[in-house]
Every structure is written in structure tokens, then in C-alpha cells.
Design a protein around this ligand. Structure first.
Ligand code: HEC
Length: 196
């Protein structure tokens, strides 16, 4: 019985909420690195930006909602767009690259979000699959994108919340997960005590 409990705890500890960028499957990272060579042609080898495209390194769009990046890749993008305080409006914009499969798109976007000093969550193939309906629609403009300063609804902390001072994006889910774990572990403790 105890080993089952230990396994359950281990499972919770290794749950995806705790998996950091450093623990991304090396094969996913490698797929992303290879796919990124296409992006690098315009955005630069280190995502630093070139005359053909704005930077991805330190871009608030890259670090913002993953949905934007998936849609940009599926539909392409037309300027003007402000990246790191500078406005870009490059003639043809970015062409769609929807021919890559869901796993490749998820891998390249994960790579971009976790390279060049960027540090955002990874992108799952299922997230790409969910947006395949976007393929074939006209190039996006900034007005079609979710503003990058906007946190996902679940992460918005109301002003009355006592954790309102903490970083919105990270604190709420982490506190929730820790809370659930504390309740779970307390339950396990009570159950173990009773089963003796
Ligand atoms: C043909 C050149 C080209 C290629 C290839 C390309 N992009 Fe772009 N990308 C652009 C341009 C140009 C813009 C900005 C739109 C404009 O100025 O009209 C842009 C904008 C972006 C943006 C939003 C702005 C920013 O810099 O954060 C993201 C994110 C992005 N591209 C990701 C990618 C990814 C990921 C790939 C590879 C899968 C890729 N791009 C491949 C040209 C390109």
C-alpha cells in the first residue's frame, strides 16, 4: 500500500506543472532547432532580427499567449507590428508555414519560446491541432492577435486578492497546485494513520 502512495506522490511531483524548460524532451528540442532554420532565414540565427523580419529574442509576442504564435505560423502576419518598442512593417509580411505538422510547429514554437534568453511555457501539438481551422484564412494583422500584456483568464488576479502583488502569470497556478498538494498529502496522512 505504501508504495502506491509513494508512486502517487511521485506522479504529482513530476506532473507537467513542475516540468521546467530545462527538462524538455531533447528530441522535441532537436526537432524545434531543425525547424527553426526556416525562421532563421528571416528572423536571424539567434532570433536577433534582420532587415527581413523583427527579432524573436526578447519579443513580447513570443513570450505572450502561445495561441498568437500558432496562428501567426498558420496564417502568416502583415505589419505594422511593434516589437520591443520598434515598429516593423516589412513589405510582404510573413507568409504562412502551415505545411509543417502539429508536432513540428509545437516543437519550433517551444524552441523559440525557450531559446535566445526567452523563457515561456512550451507549446503542445494538441494546441496546434485545435487551431488548424485557421489555415487558409488571410494573413493576420496585429488587430487579430490577443494583446500580449493580457494574462490568460485563469491567471488574472482580482485586486482584492491578497496575492495581487505577486506576478500574475506564475503565482496563481503555482499557489493553486501547492494548495491542492497540501490537501492531498494531509488526506494521505490521515488515511495512513487510520489504516494502521
Ligand atoms: C520570409 C520571412 C519570414 C520567415 C521565414 C518567418 N518570418 Fe516571422 N515574421 C516575418 C515578418 C516580416 C514579420 C513581421 C510582419 C511585418 O513586418 O509585416 C514576422 C513576425 C513574426 C512574429 C511576431 C513579431 C515578433 O518578432 O515577435 C513571430 C512570433 C514570428 N514572426 C515567428 C516566426 C516563426 C516561429 C517562424 C518560423 C516557423 C517565422 N516567423 C518565419 C518574416 C518571416
Amino acid at each position: 500500500m505504501h508504495s502506491i502512495v509513494a508512486r502517487l506522490i511521485l506522479l504529482m511531483l513530476t506532473h507537467s506543472a513542475f516540468v521546467s524548460a530545462a527538462e524538455i524532451d531533447p528530441s522535441v528540442r532537436e526537432t524545434g532547432r531543425i525547424q527553426f532554420m526556416m525562421c532563421a532565414a528571416c528572423h536571424g540565427k539567434e532570433g536577433e532580427g534582420t532587415a527581413a523580419a523583427p527579432p524573436l529574442a526578447g519579443s513580447e509576442w513570443v513570450m505572450g499567449p502561445a495561441e498568437n504564435l500558432i496562428r501567426i505560423q498558420l496564417r502568416g502576419l502583415r505589419g505594422p507590428i511593434t516589437v520591443k518598442g520598434r515598429e516593423y512593417d516589412i513589405a510582404a509580411g510573413m507568409a504562412p508555414m502551415a505545411y509543417q505538422n502539429d508536432a513540428q510547429i509545437a516543437a519550433v514554437l517551444t524552441y523559440v519560446r525557450q531559446s535566445f534568453g526567452n523563457n515561456a511555457s512550451s507549446v503542445q501539438p494538441s494546441q496546434v491541432a485545435a487551431l488548424r481551422g485557421e489555415v487558409g484564412k488571410p494573413q493576420l494583422t496585429v488587430a487579430d492577435l490577443t494583446p500580449h500584456g493580457q494574462a490568460a483568464p485563469a491567471a488574472i488576479v482580482t485586486p482584492s486578492n491578497k496575492y495581487a502583488n505577486l506576478d500574475e502569470g506564475v503565482s496563481f497556478p503555482r499557489w493553486a497546485v501547492i494548495g491542492i498538494m497540501v490537501v492531498f498529502l494531509a488526506g494521505v496522512g490521515v488515511w495512513l494513520a487510520k489504516s494502521k
